[in-house]
Write a protein that binds this ligand. Structure first.
Ligand SMILES: Nc1nc2c(ncn2[C@@H]2O[C@H](COP(=O)(O)OP(=O)(O)OP(=O)(O)O)[C@@H](O)[C@H]2O)c(=O)[nH]1
Ligand SMILES: [Mg+2]
Length: 430
């Protein structure tokens, strides 16, 4: 069973709290503030790991949590950062976040931060100024992000074998590679994609045998969609076409069905280079096979080489393998180039909706106003508003952010209540 889907919940670490502390020294009644900052919470990071083949490990475990940052301490000691949590995924994993961000992990070593740890709070030492020499408050650390992530494995194969059920795809991969898929004389023998490695003199090619496609596959008939997703990233397709289908179907009609489904699933699939492998040549005479080859070659033109093959006698298989190595481009091997590819991939494939900025002020009722926005929410989360010093600090920040002015424009008067991030407090800016 190939586990190609999983849903996991990831939680980044909370930031450590800043510390409120004053220096204690003999003979000094009130030392200066010396509370250290809290540490940053750990991120959750996906790491593309070549030793993994599918998403099986996520069946047993669905929750992942990074470490929290440690709290700051007195004597200006900062809390340690929480460690990142590394979650290993196989090459070909596509991670989709709830907000629509997509990470495509294709190259071993590639990483993607999927939730960020909360930042640590600053200690009271950082709030001392000429006017406030003994700040009796420190910031709290912020919660880390948390979210559900959909993981989908889209196999990374160089060559995909496509064809109607029973065409002989699994037989072909079983004699060309060491893969040992189930082979039988009835349709839909193969229920999930199978990968095999074709060994060449200088390199290898990964071949994917996917289950037979039928009419309507692009709309989900059979298990079409699921399987077509696995050939999306191949660089070349081998269309396996039975020379003498037992069910009496016409090879021409079978060929057209497959091509149409590929096109309907994704026009890019239809544009992939092709080879036509006429299969089961041992079941027809050599003359018939050669006649069929000539006919298909004339029909498809020079772009699509046609081979007469038989998995039973190995006829045509060496030629097919040679052609595959000739046609599938060598992948960038130099580390520098690879790194560039990764950067480019990341640029192209990571889509981030723009973060929200600013704030909104709204009059809820007489004497009650609501302010909404990421930055003000964070400011409130950082502070204990029952602490008089912290409240004064928050008021100063709200003023500098332009929130007080916006409140006043909306009819706010000193002493009215304000609600931010679910916290209601009396605001009386001096
Ligand atoms: N004589 C002969 N029989 C073949 C050859 N290739 C495949 N077959 C037979 O054709 C039938 C189907 O072969 P499979 O390889 O399972 O076909 P498939 O395309 O993988 O089929 P699905 O997985 O159902 O899509 C089996 O009975 C095979 O033994 C061949 O070259 N010669
Ligand atoms: Mg099969």
């Amino acid at each position: 069973m190939l586990y190609d889907k999983a849903r996991i919940f990831v939680q980044a670490g909370r930031g450590g709290d800043g510390c409120m502390s004053f220096r204690r020294e003999a003979h000094v009644p009130h030392g200066g503030p010396d509370g250290g900052d809290g540490g940053h919470g750990g991120d959750v990071v996906l790491l593309c790991d070549d030793s993994l083949r599918d998403l099986q490990s996520f069946k047993r475990r669905a929750h992942y949590k990074a470490d929290r940052g440690r709290h700051g301490e007195g004597s200006q000691r900062h809390g340690a950062d929480g460690g990142d949590l590394i979650v290993r995924v196989p090459p070909g994993t596509v991670a989709t976040l709830e907000d629509g961000t997509v990470h495509d992990l294709t190259v071993p070593g590639q990483q993607a931060v999927v939730v960020e740890g909360g930042s640590g709070g600053r200690g009271n030492r950082r709030f001392s100024s000429s006017t406030r020499q003994a700040p009796r408050f420190a910031e709290r650390g912020l919660d880390g992000g948390e979210r559900w992530i959909d993981l989908r494995l889209k196999l990374l194969a160089d060559v995909g074998l496509v064809g109607v059920p029973n065409a002989g795809k699994s037989s072909l991969i079983s004699v060309m590679t060491r893969a040992a898929p189930k082979i039988a004389g009835y349709p839909f023998t193969t229920l999930e994609p199978v990968l095999g490695t074709l060994e060449g003199p200088e390199r290898q090619l990964i071949i994917a045998d996917i289950p037979g496609l039928i009419e309507g596959a692009s709309e989900g008939a059979g298990l079409g969609h699921e399987f077509l997703a696995h050939v999306e990233r191949t660089r070349m397709l081998v269309h396996v076409l039975d020379l003498a289908p037992l069910d009496g179907s016409e090879p021409e009609a079978n060929f057209a069905t497959i091509e149409r489904e590929l096109e309907l699933h994704d026009p890019r699939l239809a544009r992939l280079p092709r080879i036509l492998a006429l299969s089961k040549a041992d079941l027809v005479t050599e003359d018939e096979a050669q006649a069929a080859r000539a006919e298909w070659a004339a029909r498809l033109g020079a772009d699509v080489p046609v081979f007469v093959t038989s998995s039973a006698t190995r006829q045509g298989l060496d030629e097919l393998a040679t052609e595959l190595f000739r046609r599938v481009p060598v992948q960038a091997a130099a580390p520098a180039e690879l790194a560039e590819d990764v950067a480019e991939l990341a640029e192209h494939r990571v889509f981030r909706p723009a973060a929200r900025r600013g704030f909104r002020v709204e009059r809820v009722e007489d004497g009650l106003f609501r302010v909404a926005g990421d930055a003000v929410d964070r400011l409130i989360a950082r502070h204990d508003l029952d602490n008089e010093d912290a409240l004064i600090h928050v008021e100063g920040r709200l003023r500098r952010m332009g929130v007080i002015r916006a409140l006043e424009a909306a009819g706010f008067e000193p002493g009215d209540d304000v609600e931010i991030a679910g916290v209601v407090f009396e605001l009386d800016p001096g």
